[in-house]
Write a protein that binds this ligand. Structure first.
Ligand SMILES: *[C@@H]1O[C@H](CO)[C@@H](O)[C@H](O)[C@H]1NC(C)=O
Length: 163
């Protein structure tokens, strides 16, 4: 019993110490796809920044829209243990992006859902490397994710989402 309560005290101390670690991330990059006229940057796409959790839903930390195909995202998370940040990009199943990008997997997955409203192909787990995480603003370290080009078949780490 003594040993058990001592363990509880220790667990509380350890978790309150660890929970003081607030990690921040910042990432920028470009989203593009292949069109009949070559590679084109994609404006107006929704991008979301997440922190992955072992248990329960992942935490949405920030949202932005690509501007001329470029994006910048930043956010922070108060996390115990493993901290894993990633971004997600949403390709709409209708409109100019859908019409111009010639990726066949994107098209066929959207077309399979065409009776549903407002569908997107979501590419997730674009990881922000651990060495880019920082605690204090003065150590800000923007991750340059470079260009993400909507993949050729087969598309991996994607899911379809409809409203
Ligand atoms: C979301 O990002 C903006 C800048 O892009 C930043 O000013 C804001 O603090 C961020 N929000 C959170 C909750 O981190």
């Amino acid at each position: 019993m003594m040993r058990f309560s001592a363990l509880l005290v220790l667990a509380n101390v350890v978790s309150s110490e660890l929970s003081k670690a607030i990690f921040q991330v910042a990432a920028r990059g470009e989203i593009a796809c292949l069109t009949v006229n070559g590679i084109r940057r994609l404006p107006g796409l929704t991008m979301r920044l997440f922190e992955w959790d072992i248990i329960g839903p992942n935490d949405l930390l920030n949202v932005t829209t690509t501007n001329g195909g470029m994006y910048y995202l930043e956010g922070q998370e108060d996390e115990i243990g493993l901290t894993l940040f990633y971004t997600e990009v949403w390709f709409p199943c209708e409109g100019p992006v859908f019409d111009h990008c010639i990726n066949t997997a994107y098209h066929s997955q959207c077309i399979a859902l065409k009776e549903r409203r407002n569908c997107h192909l979501v590419v997730e787990f674009l990881r922000i490397p651990k060495e880019k995480h920082y605690v204090e603003d003065k150590d800000k370290n923007i991750h340059n994710a470079g260009r993400y080009l909507l993949g050729y078949d087969p598309i991996s780490r994607t899911y379809m989402k409809c409203d």
